[in-house]
Design a protein around this ligand. Sequence first.
Ligand code: FAD
Length: 574
Amino acid sequence: MIRDAAPAEGQSCDVLVIGGGIFGACAAYEAASRGLRVVLVERDDFAGATTANSYKIAHGGIRYLQHGDVARVRESSHERSALLRTVPHLVSPLPILIPTYGRGMKGKAVLRTGFKVYEWLTADRNRGIDDPARRIPAARSLSRAETLQRFPDLPSDGLTGGVVFCDGQMYSTPRIALTYLQSAAAAGAVVLNYAEVVSLNVEEGRVRGAVVDDRVDGRHMTIRADLVLNAAGPWAGGLLRTAADLDLGPERPVFSRDVGLVTRKKLPGSLGLACPTVTRDAEALVDRGGRHLFLLPWRDYTLVGVWHGPWSGSPERVSVEPNELAAYVAEANEAYPGLGLQTSDVAMVNTGLILYGAADESSSEHHFGHDSLLLDHGPRHGLEGLVTLVGVRSTMARGMAEQAIDLVLEKLGRPPVPSDTETRPVWGGDFDVFDALVHRVTAAAPEEAPFSPGVARQIAHNHGSRFSDVTEIVHDDPRLAVPYPGTSVLPAQVVHAVRSEMARSLEDVLQRRTDLGTAEAPSEPVLAAVADDVAREAGWDEPRTRDEIAAARDFFAERGATREFGHAPAEGAA
Ligand SMILES: Cc1cc2nc3c(=O)[nH]c(=O)nc-3n(C[C@H](O)[C@H](O)[C@H](O)COP(=O)(O)OP(=O)(O)OC[C@H]3O[C@@H](n4cnc5c(N)ncnc54)[C@H](O)[C@@H]3O)c2cc1C
């Protein structure tokens, strides 16, 4: 992907997608792969907002069984399978233990029955998934002794054992969005980061495109489009107000602030743990006594979360206060004392807004958002040529994009074109077995600079079957094959990010193109070395490089609990 605004400016396209989070990325891919001329604009970097803050579960829908919602169980499982099939380098099954207590609703019999029903409802979940390591197995029971062997510090009073089930886990949510964008670009879409929609062009009651601020060269450009798809996530409602003078009133989306923690504490093994907490799920038909807090192994870290709370402030100001963080850490320790978590163990706080299930944000009970929002503003608000898509879970992005583009084709008066995105591998997803891919990456290293197993795996995860994009750079210059100290990331990946993945800032490289800053702040020597490599590739002078380093430090200070944290005062914090 080379950033080039020229093909978008002044030209007419079929669909202009606003927002380069996972929903916009999937929509652009879906539209381009069905033959539409697409432009996508993202005002900051791709996937930099809610998408980067995800807790990384590819939800298979087991929770909806508790709500008696079979359609959603099926839909979630379907989308998790699509991810495991088409984005196999970045999504894999993760086994999670649910401890069982007593003989009642928290007991093993109820849980086993639940999983039996789930497995029956999702019997097709492994269809078309060739790699055995990407298939979701049936849940299995553990005895009390086996459970305590795996998690010796579980509260043992009344413990009867546990049930291990698998859900999907995403290796990197920004790279999943990027892989959809690369697929869209390969299918002909023009995708631009740092391009902000400032107004929509409305002619005779119909949206005809948008005025876009190109934040790279400071120009205003007009992009003409037969249809505009607003995928601006938590900003979607505000955008309609400011750019199209459209107030959704009571239909406006209501959001909750979600929080997940990346911690340096390690779980005792490779299993995740679902711990019951005191907070109840207001909608559960089968109430097992409190919702679950998840402790999940992810790379070299443990993810802890997720906390939900109503939010009425602006999306710009979403943050977590130090006292809230302390409360989360205390709740995590109560749920699993063995973790012994302290706020100083928190490497990064992920937070953002997601659609809330309640009609207003003052509701005190937990209502998980279930439905994504797909709004055709023609019949609803008399404004043709405009559709809004706000998604509830990144797991559902591909499926919702498919529905949105069905609607777009209909609105454009085009014949229906079937979607193939649930089976066609994305950019980098075209391989059979992940472990064999890792061998191929290892074999592609230059003789004078062999890859360690960790480096080869990391490249396979991030670049999938497109690993040669990196190894070719390494062959040209083997010095770029030596990982940054204490990491498995190669300078060649940084060069590739700037050259071919539209990274424009140091933060883009650290947080969204490589593993260098997705879990915690890189060390100062790594920060300096990466900044030098980016500067050389992008042609930055010294002052620019210094500014970039300062901006990156600021970001990590705001998100890392070990330093001063939570700069922005929370507005209407939960
Ligand atoms: C803490 C947390 C944990 C989560 N965990 C999970 C999980 O485990 N599994 C799961 O499936 N989902 C999870 N989610 C939900 C998931 O992350 C979201 O559903 C998803 O990322 C939403 O994507 P999006 O594209 O709609 O929004 P965003 O990622 O916010 O993208 C919207 C984009 O629009 C851009 N934009 C806004 N205004 C303009 C404009 N004027 N012009 C151009 N661009 C504009 C923004 O810059 C932004 O990049 C979690 C969310 C949070 C916050």
